[in-house]
Ligand binder design. Structure first.
Ligand code: AKG
Length: 356
C-alpha cells in the first residue's frame, strides 16, 4: 500500500501497519536494553523476577502490564525509531489532508516509552487512549507477536462516531452501551514480526490481550500530537511537582501489602497522572529526561521538530517558552494533590481501588 492509500486507511479505519520499519539490529538492541531496565524496575519494587512474571496483579499500568519511559540516548532516541520515515510520511499525509486551517500546526512527539505485559497478564478492558483526534500512538514491536504473545486488539473504524467524516476534534463521550456495541463488531488482533510499527488514532477502541507466552512482550510506544499555535503547556515547576506527586503515589503503592488492590490502584494513579501531565506538556523530555546536546545536534530536522517542546541540556526551548501557561500549571498541580489524597485515603481506609 502506498502513501495516499495509507492516509485513506488511517482516516477511515483509524490505523496503519508498517512491517520491517526498523532494522533487526536496532530492534534487538532496543529489546535487550528495555528488558534490562524492566528487570531493574521489578527488582526496585521488590518483585523477585520469576514471581513477578507469574503474578500478573503487579503492573504500573493495568494488571501485569508495565509502562515505562525510556532515557534520552541511543538506541531509544535514534532517527529510525522516533522519526521513522514511514511514520513521518503518514503523519504528513494526514496533516496535509486536513486543509489550510491546520497550516500552522506541526506534529510533536510527546511520549517516548514502552508497554510490556508479563506472561499471564490478563486481557485489558477495551478503551480509547484519548478522545481527541490530534493524537496518534505508534507502537514498535520488539518481539514477534502471534496470538499467544499478547497482541494488541483493535476495532477498526471505531475512532469516529458512525457516519462522521475524519477530523481531529474531540469525539463525544461514549454513551451507555456504545463501547459494548463497538466491541461486539469485527476486531483485529495485530500479529506481526518484530520491527513492525503500528500507528493508530488515539480515539480508536483497542486493548492489550492476555499474554499466554513465556517471555516478556516489550514494545516501544510513541505519542505524536498535532500541536498548533494555541496549544499551551504547564511551567516546568508544575511538571517537577507532578513528578514528585507521581513518585509519592507510586511509593504508597509499594508500601501496601502485595496482594492489596490498593497497591495496583496506587500504581495506576501514578501512571495515569504521569500520562496526563505528559499529554499536557507536549513532551516527556523534561529535566528528568532532558536530551543531551551532542545527541540533539546529531538529530535530523524532522526529529528536532518533533522534540521541540523538550529540554536540551537544561535549556528551555522557544516552543516551550511561547506555550507555557499559568492556569494549566495550576490544573496540573491540583490534579496531583487530588490523586495523592485519593490514593492515601483509599489506602488508609482500606477501601480498595479508588476512582482512576
Ligand atoms: O500493550 C498493549 O498491547 C496495549 C496497551 C494499551 O492499550 C494501554 O496500556 O493503553
Amino acid at each position: 500500500m502506498d502513501g495516499p492509500d495509507l492516509v485513506e486507511l488511517y482516516r477511515n479505519e483509524g490505523y496503519a501497519i508498517f512491517q520491517n520499519a526498523v532494522r533487526p539490529d536496532t530492534v534487538a538492541l532496543l529489546r535487550r536494553e528495555l528488558e534490562e531496565r524492566l528487570h531493574r524496575t521489578f527488582e526496585k519494587y521488590g518483585f523477585d523476577v520469576p514471581s513477578a512474571l507469574g503474578t500478573p496483579a503487579f503492573g504500573n499500568n493495568t494488571p501485569g502490564r508495565w509502562a515505562a519511559l525510556v532515557p534520552s540516548r541511543r538506541p531509544f532516541l535514534s532517527e529510525e525509531v522516533i522519526a521513522n520515515p514511514r511514520v513521518i510520511e503518514l503523519l504528513r499525509g494526514v496533516h496535509g489532508s486536513l486543509g489550510s486551517d491546520y497550516e500552522r500546526y506541526a506534529w510533536s512527539l510527546g511520549l517516548i516509552g514502552s508497554d510490556t505485559p508479563v506472561p499471564a497478564a490478563p486481557d485489558q478492558f477495551p478503551h480509547r487512549d484519548d478522545r481527541r483526534g490530534c493524537l496518534a500512538t505508534a507502537n514498535l514491536l520488539l518481539v514477534d507477536v502471534d496470538e499467544t504473545m499478547s497482541p494488541t486488539e483493535i476495532w477498526p473504524g471505531s475512532h469516529l462516531p458512525p457516519g462522521t467524516e475524519f477530523h481531529i476534534g474531540e469525539i463525544p463521550p461514549d454513551g451507555p452501551g456504545d463501547l459494548d456495541r463497538i466491541v461486539a463488531g469485527p476486531a483485529k488482533k495485530i500479529c506481526a514480526p518484530a520491527g513492525t510499527i503500528v500507528i493508530r488514532d488515539q480515539r480508536l477502541v483497542h486493548r492489550g490481550t492476555a499474554h499466554h507466552g513465556h517471555v516478556l512482550r516489550p514494545m516501544m510506544t510513541f505519542w505524536y500530537q498535532l500541536a498548533g499555535p494555541r496549544d499551551r503547556v504547564p511551567y516546568r515547576w508544575a511538571t517537577r511537582f507532578a513528578n514528585a506527586a507521581r513518585r509519592v503515589t507510586r511509593g504508597m503503592g509499594v508500601r501496601v501489602k502485595e496482594t492489596s488492590p490498593a497497591r495496583a490502584a496506587a500504581f495506576w494513579h501514578a501512571h495515569r497522572y504521569g500520562c496526563n501531565v505528559i499529554a499536557m506538556s507536549l513532551s516527556d523530555r523534561d529535566e528528568q529526561l532532558e536530551i543531551p546536546s551532542e545527541l540533539w545536534e546529531s538529530l535530523s530536522d524532522d526529529a528536532k521538530g518533533l522534540l521541540r517542546y523538550g529540554c536540551v541540556d537544561h535549556e528551555f526551548s522557544d516552543a516551550y517558552r511561547r506555550a507555557r501557561s499559568l492556569p494549566l500549571s495550576v490544573a496540573v498541580m491540583s490534579e496531583g494533590v487530588l490523586r495523592v489524597a485519593r490514593t492515601a485515603t483509599a489506602i488508609v481506609l482500606g477501601r480498595g481501588v479508588p476512582e482512576p
